[in-house]
Write a protein that binds this ligand. Structure first.
Ligand code: NAP
Length: 305
C-alpha cells in the first residue's frame, strides 16, 4: 500500500486548517475523525473574535465552511478512531478500529475535551440535567433555572447564551473574581437574569429523575446551601486528548504536547497543532494558525525524506 503524505488526526479547526493547506499543496492527505468534524468550536453558539466576521459567526457554520473548503481541495476524510501511532522506519503506521494506514507524516490535532468536576450526581445526571454543551441542550431549559459552573470565558459566554432560554442563570465560581475576558464579565454583570454565586463550589448534584438541586459550599466560611436548579452546565476548562501519544513523545505535566514553533514534536515527522499543544492561547484563531504551520512543516519534512 502506498503511504499517504500526511495523515491528520482530529477534525477541529487545527485539523481542518492543516487539511486545507496540505491538500492545496497537492499532498496526498487523509483526515481521521472519530466523531463529527468541527471539534469543540462546533458546539459554540457564537464566535465573536474570529477575524473577518463583523457580527460574529456561529461555531457550526464556521466549521462547516472549513470542512467544505478542505474537501474542495481534495482532502479525504475518514470517520475512524485511531488506536495507535507506530513509528516505522521513518514512516508511521496508524492502527484504526478496522484498518491500518501508512503515512510519511502525522499531524496530531485531537484537541481538548471538557473537564468534569467529579462530584456525586455529575455522572448519574449526565443527559438528565447535567450538560457540557449549552448550544446543544440550552433550549431544553426554557423558563427554568440553571447553574453554570466555572468563571472562565466559556462559563460566562455560555451563561449569557443560556439567558435566552432560562429564567435564571446562577454562575457558581470558586473565587470572587472571574477569569473571563472583561467584555464578557461586563455583559454578564449587566444581565438581570444572571446571579453570581461567588466563592462557592458544588459538592453534589441531586434530584429524582432529573436534576433538582445542587449543594454548594462556601469556600471562605464552609457554609453549605442547597440551590434549586433544573440544569447544571459544567465549564471548568478542558483537558488535552493526548493519550494516543503518551509515552511516545514529550508531553508536559498537564498532558499537553510540547512542540517548537514549527509544530514539530520530539519525533521527526510527527507534528501537533491546536488545543492539544502546550501554548498561551487556545482559540480558533491560534488553532488554525497551528494547523497551517504544521502542514507546511510536514511538506518540508517530506521534501527532505
Ligand atoms: P478556563 O479558562 O481554564 O477556565 C476554567 C474555569 O473553571 C476557571 O474559572 C476555573 O477557576 C474554573 N475551575 C476549574 N476547575 C474547577 C473545579 N474543579 N471546580 C470549580 N471551578 C473550576 O477554561 P474555559 O473557560 O473552558 O476556556 C478554555 C480556553 O478556551 C481558554 O483559553 C479560553 O480563553 C478559551 N475560550 C475563549 C472564548 C472566547 O474568547 N470567546 C470562549 C470560550 C473559551 P479559576 O478561575 O479559579 O481557576
Amino acid at each position: 500500500m502506498h503511504p499517504y503524505d500526511v495523515a491528520i488526526i482530529g477534525g477541529g479547526p487545527a485539523g481542518l486548517a492543516a487539511g486545507i493547506y496540505a491538500a492545496r499543496a497537492a499532498l496526498q492527505t487523509i483526515l481521521l475523525e472519530k466523531g463529527m468534524p468541527g471539534g469543540l468550536a462546533a458546539s459554540t453558539e457564537l464566535i465573536e473574535n474570529y477575524p473577518g466576521f463583523t457580527d460574529g459567526v456561529s461555531g457550526p457554520e464556521l466549521m462547516m465552511q472549513m470542512y467544505a473548503q478542505a474537501t474542495r481541495f481534495g482532502l479525504k476524510v475518514l470517520s475512524s478512531n485511531v488506536e495507535s501511532i507506530i513509528p516505522d522506519n521513518g514512516l508511521f503506521k496508524l492502527k484504526t478500529d478496522d484498518d491500518e494506514i501508512k503515512t510519511k507524516t502525522v499531524i496530531l490535532a485531537t484537541g481538548a475535551q471538557p473537564r468534569t468536576i467529579g462530584v456525586p450526581g455529575e455522572n448519574e445526571f449526565h443527559g438528565r440535567g447535567v450538560s457540557y454543551c449549552a448550544t446543544c441542550d440550552g433550549a431544553f431549559f426554557k423558563d427554568k433555572a440553571v447553574a453554570v459552573i466555572g468563571g472562565g470565558d466559556a462559563a460566562v459566554e455560555e451563561a449569557l447564551y443560556l439567558t435566552k432560554f432560562a429564567r435564571r442563570v446562577h454562575v457558581i465560581h470558586r473565587r470572587d473574581e472571574l477569569r473571563a475576558a472583561k467584555i464578557l464579565q461586563r455583559r454578564a454583570m449587566d444581565n438581570p437574569k444572571i446571579n453570581f454565586q461567588w466563592s462557592r463550589v458544588v459538592k453534589s448534584i441531586t434530584g429524582d429523575q432529573t436534576v433538582e438541586k445542587v449543594l454548594l459550599k462556601n469556600v471562605k466560611n464552609g457554609a453549605t446551601q442547597n440551590l434549586d436548579v433544573d440544569g447544571v452546565f459544567v465549564y471548568v476548562g478542558t483537558r488535552p486528548v493526548s493519550e494516543l501519544v503518551s509515552g511516545l513523545i514529550d508531553i508536559d505535566s498537564n498532558g499537553y504536547i510540547i512542540t517548537d514553533e514549527e509544530m514539530r514534536t520530539s519525533i521527526p515527522g510527527l507534528f501537533a497543532a491546536g488545543d492539544i499543544r502546550q501554548k498561551l492561547l487556545r482559540q480558533v484563531v491560534t488553532a488554525v494558525a497551528d494547523g497551517a504551520i504544521a502542514a507546511v512543516s510536514a511538506e518540508k519534512h517530506i521534501d527532505n525524506l
